[in-house]
Ligand binder design. Structure first.
Ligand code: NOJ
Length: 561
């Protein structure tokens, strides 16, 4: 009897422990209705004539952003920085970069957004700082101080393992970088420290513990000011040598527990491009983008841009293949289940825009935009994509835009509010940083498109309105692709809602008419067009098959009955 009692007690205790190890988290409901708009602050709207966008400019454009149908901003880093990596090299994590305004301006942005039922997510550069940060200056001193272990230092400057940087430091050591050399990695410890390398500290050593505490302070600071959450830069990079992600999981579980206990409505998003991992370690959403085997590049990267490919799916040549994307999406959706979300953005500051190189007509851009904005998950529009801004090739390096593979400057050019080059930006800045754009080329801009019902801008508004109107297009709506074998064009998929609403989406990004068939397991009675572009598609259902005739660059969204 006594033995049985001890056994039951043990069982209860271990069950309690297991619970303590994997905390139960909740997902703020509003993410499901979120429509993101990503703003690269330096290029959005300048209000003081210094040639650089600012927070006041963003405040003045909130109504415009809302008019698109977006309700959540994600701002690229806006903190005091050396701008060797466009703000991802932070000097002071608690201070807005003076070029953008001050902390009170950011507080006003939070307030003004909230007045409009909008939200603001900041970029949290958790993995590194600038080498000009005071933390780093203290850390490189010889004398022991609170920042000695804020970064990862070897104990001898002649020891320089891969990714470590030597230099003229007061202490005898080289430091671990996280991205560029000027971005020393903050020390969150190693998942599997090698005892032969004393700088590889365990995650619960005093240095990493202090770094975690500081990160919580930073998050608390902005959340208490009114921020609604964070997009965590290089979210998987913090704990080093962590193949099974145990250290990373412990870190983000601890941070999320802290975060959710104080800000139950706050959100934590990962830049990982691997929801399979990001959601598991505790993030609420991950972006499916260009790195990893996501298939994103296979969809839209052509021969021009930051990352170049010979073929892609959204191309007039019509020789691409969407299958890698489809397979990865399927996998990600299974993993996400009810515990997290995916976001497949129209673009971002790290790779080329949709309108790029030979993909240069509005009709072509619309095929890709329709695709992105009818995918499951949370939509995200990269500023300027709504008007079809181009990726500008051949620009000089601007604030660290240049990577070994290509230049990111072409996606970071000033928002085109009207027809003048970089409206709201001084010509001095444009001359210095951006090659003059050929004035003969049609430059998409907001002023010209705002009141034209057929403009790209109003097309995007319509797509976002459809997402609100049709539950099948919502974040949690289902998706079934109807691709077959090597028959890759057109792209045909169904979106479904929980209560039986079904929409069929058919996009032919190629330059030729395609007549084909697709298996369709669920019978279709009637197809009612709710949005079409280009020449008319002919689609009919007969005995388990969809018969499709799709003209070049045609788009159709149909309700199925
Ligand atoms: C990812 C950011 O998106 C990119 O712009 C930056 O250069 C690196 N992380 C380093 O912070």
């Amino acid at each position: 009897m006594k033995q049985l009692f001890t056994y039951i007690l043990l069982l209860l205790l271990t069950a309690g422990n297991a619970r303590a190890q994997s905390p139960t988290f909740h997902l703020p409901k509003w993410i499901e209705e979120a429509v993101f708009y990503q703003i690269y602050p330096q290029s959005y709207q300048d209000t003081n004539g210094d040639g650089i966008g600012d927070i006041q400019g963003i405040i003045e454009r909130l109504d415009y952003i809302q008019s698109l149908g977006c309700n959540t901003l994600w701002l690229n880093p806006c903190f005091h920085s050396a701008f060797m990596d466009a703000g991802y090299d932070v000097i002071d994590f608690y201070r807005v970069a003076p070029r953008y305004g001050n902390n009170d301006d950011l507080r006003r942005l939070f307030d003004e957004a909230h007045k409009r039922q909008m939200r603001v997510v900041l970029d949290l550069v958790a993995g590194h700082s600038s080498d000009q940060s005071p933390w780093f200056r203290y850390s490189q001193q010889k004398e022991q101080n609170p920042y000695t272990d804020r970064y990862i230092w070897t104990n001898d400057s002649t020891i320089c393992p891969p990714k470590f940087i030597t230099g003229h430091f007061e202490r005898n050591g080289s430091y671990r970088k996280n991205y560029f050399d000027c971005q020393p990695a903050l020390n969150y410890g190693y998942g599997q420290p090698d005892p032969a390398c004393p700088w590889e500290q365990p995650i619960d050593a005093p240095g990493p513990t202090a770094t975690r505490t500081e990160l919580k302070h930073i998050m608390d600071y902005w959340m208490q000011m009114g921020c609604d959450g964070f997009r965590v830069d290089m979210a998987g990079s913090l704990v080093k040598n962590d193949p099974d992600l145990q250290g990373t999981t412990a870190l983000w579980h601890e941070l999320r527990t802290h975060f959710q206990s104080l800000y139950p409505d706050g959100i934590l998003l990962a830049e990982w491009s691997n929801p399979q991992k990001a959601l598991k370690v505790g993030f609420m959403m991950d972006f499916i983008i260009h790195f990893g085997r996501t298939g994103y590049g296979e969809l839209v990267f052509n021969e021009t841009g930051t990352y170049r490919r010979d073929t892609c799916y959204f191309d007039l040549h019509g020789v691409g293949n969407p299958n890698l994307y489809i397979a990865n999406l399927d996998d990600c959706l299974k993993v996400a289940g009810n515990d997290g979300h995916l976001c497949i953005p129209t673009g971002n500051h790290d790779f080329q825009r949709i309108r790029c190189g030979r993909r240069d007509s509005e009709a072509e851009v619309r095929t890709a935009l329709t695709f992105f904005l009818t995918q499951p998950g949370v939509p995200c529009i990269y500023y300027g994509d709504e008007i079809g801004m181009r990726f500008i090739d051949g620009l000089p390096n601007k604030e660290g835009s240049l990577l070994p593979k290509g230049n990111r400057a072409g996606s970071r050019t000033p928002m085109q509010w009207d027809a003048t080059p970089g409206a709201g930006f001084s010509t001095a800045d444009l001359d210095q940083y951006y090659l003059p754009i050929d004035s003969a080329c049609n430059r998409p801009n907001v002023a010209q498109q705002a009141n034209d019902p057929d403009s790209q801008l109003n097309y995007v508004r319509r797509l976002l309105a459809l997402r609100r109107e049709y539950p099948a297009l919502a974040c949690r709506g289902g998706i079934t692709f109807m691709q077959t074998g090597t028959n890759h064009y057109p792209l045909v998929y169904e979106r479904q809602s929980g209560n039986g609403q079904r929409l069929l989406i058919c996009i032919n990004p190629s330059g030729r008419t395609i007549t084909t068939q697709r298996e369709c397991r669920q019978p279709i009675g009637r197809l009612t067009p709710i949005l079409t572009q280009g020449d008319q598609q002919r689609i009919s259902y007969k005995r388990g098959k969809l018969h499709l005739n799709t003209p070049p660059l045609s788009i159709g969204i149909y309700q199925l009955q």
